[in-house]
Design a protein around this ligand. Structure first.
Ligand code: CA2
Length: 146
């Protein structure tokens, strides 16, 4: 049976393709989600995508994922740099967690260089553009198969 992977996106990712294309490109969240589902099929993964601008909603979805999903691929967006709550929720999730950032956060402002989520992540994809989601899914598939 296909492994189930939750692709979670945090605040402002719903604005992709509408503003700051020089940083994040022209793809929209819908484009990214459609590509994740398609790539997932090629990797024998059943992918579900969710996005929220609310920290508590993301935390609830991570808690619920314990029952439903085998892995999480997450772009926590700005909450990467601030949220101990999301880190704690991810610590309670037992499967692989892959952190994705579209931009190279280490080339940007100092406040983006640290991610709380990285303390839990089993893999981190940074600065590969939206292709990073495919790389994250591929690594999740690899970890789930070994
Ligand atoms: O590079 C990434 O993927 C980020 O997680 C994107 C976040 C940013 O806060 C992180 O530091 C790095 C921002 C998400 C998109 O924000 C937008 C804001 C306005 C217009 C378009 C996108």
């Amino acid at each position: 049976m296909a492994h189930k992977v939750l692709v979670l996106n945090g605040p402002n990712i719903n604005m992709l393709g509408k503003r700051q294309p020089e940083v994040y490109g022209f793809e929209t969240l819908s484009d990214i989600e459609a590509t994740c589902i398609k790539n997932g099929l090629d990797m024998d993964l059943s992918v579900t995508c969710k996005q929220s601008n609310y920290e508590g909603e993301l935390i609830t979805w991570i808690q619920e994922a314990r029952e439903e999903f085998d892995a999480i691929v997450m772009n926590p967006a700005a909450y990467s740099h601030t949220s101990i709550g999301i880190l704690d929720a991810l610590h309670a999730f037992e499967g692989p967690v892959i952190e994705v950032h579209i931009s190279n956060i280490h080339k940007r402002e100092g406040f983006r260089h640290h991610s709380y989520v990285s303390q839990r992540a089993d893999g981190i994809v940074v600065g590969c553009g939206t292709h990073g989601y495919e790389l994250g899914l591929r690594h999740a598939a690899h970890l789930l198969s070994t």
